[in-house]
Design a protein around this ligand. Structure first.
Ligand SMILES: C[S@@+](CC[C@H](N)C(=O)[O-])C[C@H]1O[C@@H](n2cnc3c(N)ncnc32)[C@H](O)[C@@H]1O
Length: 418
């Protein structure tokens, strides 16, 4: 499929191929833990292949579960992720600094041997909404032990422990099948956490039984699944920072204007509450859910102008860290209000910032994503303002970059057998 980089005064054609990739294409590190509003790995990979070469630096200031930085590292680029959500920081860090699988197996056994069941007063302090999910004799005490052990995870934690903690967030909750479970909780969705009240009522109504599972065993199995593919050839970086200031991050590539590509999907207009929808995983990480929603939710009372100002901040930050010929690519979905025509937000943003930035327009790539494939479908009627059209606003600094070569997805797959 060929899609035009379309914009009235700029017409460039690129062969657009990620859509041809098999549905679940991607390295086995990607699904360490599900994350809301993530993009398919083929999307950043396509742009990375088209516009960068090995050794280049690729940065995502809204890295989420780390899709773009991981794709960069797999393709031999240096992937940098920035996100204000601790869960995103954890996942991106795990994916950009993975230890060897042997280290992980060894560390799980060490933790198993160190394990001492916390005393009853500690277990009693666990909120009821967490207690109702896990077997209170085996699973919950083990979880509490690990939570306490890693309570300092943001300040002081080895790459192996970060990776294990990331794997644990991925198995905190999920479906129990007839054949058993890969998760730790009563049977519930894995993608996001339903509200505590909903879960409580559901457990009572359906008489759900807490599975008695050993956390260390489940963790080992998870590591095995995640390490199905080869380790990425390159390592990267992850930062817990506000994207509005990402040019200030003390990283040599950022400080030396050495970034070749920014590839990112900025937060949508009030579609996702990252705290509320991850309250179980965030309990494990010792995080304040309300604080996360307050700091991560873009207030849509000042809707479009607020969003444009926010994007202008990010574009200006991008300008500061890009090298000459570097690109900034923003995945921006069209938005719609009920009964009104959808708005091409990517174009709207560009029209409103073009005189305020030194970056130039390369083009706007358009893609139609069937709404059933969008994670935001889970909100049904209240799915907010996201529509089925995603666009990639492509800007560049200084001299216009050339496309590397025209790729078809099968070639990418062949070249990067995991
Ligand atoms: C659309 S998601 C990105 C998902 C990502 N592309 C992936 O594949 O997982 C937007 C991300 O922006 C983050 N975010 C929102 N406001 C932020 C801010 N001011 N600074 C940094 N990150 C922010 C959210 O935590 C979320 O992870």
């Amino acid at each position: 499929m060929v899609v035009m980089l379309n914009y009235p005064d700029k017409k460039r054609k690129i062969s657009y191929s990620w859509r041809d990739m098999p549905k679940r294409w991607g390295h086995s590190f990607h699904p360490i833990c599900s994350y809301l509003a993530m993009f398919p790995p083929g999307v950043p990979r396509y742009f990375i292949e088209q516009f960068t070469k090995q050794g280049d630096v690729v940065l995502d200031p809204f890295s989420g579960r780390g899709t773009a930085p991981l794709e960069a590292c797999i393709a031999g680029r240096i992937g940098i992720g920035v996100d204000l959500n601790p869960l995103a920081y954890l996942l991106t860090r795990a994916k950009t600094t993975p230890p060897s699988v042997e280290e992980l197996y060894k560390r799980v056994e060490e933790l198993r041997n160190e394990y001492v069941k916390p005393d009853i007063t500690q277990i009693n302090k666990i909120p009821l909404k967490i207690k109702m999910l896990y077997d209170n004799e085996l699973t919950l005490p083990q979880l509490l032990f690990i939570k306490e052990k890693f309570s300092n995870w943001k300040e002081n934690c080895s790459n192996a422990d970060i990776f294990l903690l990331a794997c644990l967030t991925g198995i905190m909750h999920g479906k129990v099948n007839k054949s058993g479970t890969s998760y730790l909780s009563i049977s519930m969705p894995n993608t996001f956490s339903m509200s505590p009240n909903y879960v409580k009522n559901y457990i009572e109504k359906h008489g759900l039984v807490k599975p008695k599972v050993d956390v260390f065993d489940q963790l080992l199995k998870k590591v095995q699944r995640v390490y199905k593919d080869n380790q990425p050839v390159e390592q990267g970086f992850s930062y817990l920072e506000n994207a509005k200031n990402f040019s200030r991050i003390k990283n040599e590539h950022i400080q030396n204007e050495n970034v070749k590509m920014i590839f990112t999907s900025p937060p949508y207009l009030k579609v996702v509450n990252y705290g509320t929808f991850n309250w179980i995983r965030l309990w494990l990480l010792g995080e304040d859910i309300d604080l996360i929603d307050k700091s991560l939710k873009l207030d849509d009372n000042h809707t479009l102008s607020g969003y444009v100002n926010f994007m202008l901040d990010i574009i200006r930050e991008s300008e500061k860290v890009l090298q000459d010929g570097g690109l900034a690519c923003f995945v921006i979905g069209d938005v719609a209000k009920p009964g009104k025509d959808p708005l091409n937000l990517a174009e709207y943003v560009w029209e409103n910032v073009k005189f305020e930035t030194n970056l130039n327009l390369y083009g706007i790539v358009e893609d139609h994503l069937p709404s059933k494939d969008k994670v935001t479908r889970i909100w049904g009627k209240t799915q907010g303002k996201a529509t089925s059209i995603d666009r990639v606003l492509v800007l560049y600094k200084g001299v216009a970059p050339d496309l590397n070569y025209s790729l078809r997805s099968k070639k990418i797959l062949k070249k990067y057998n995991f």
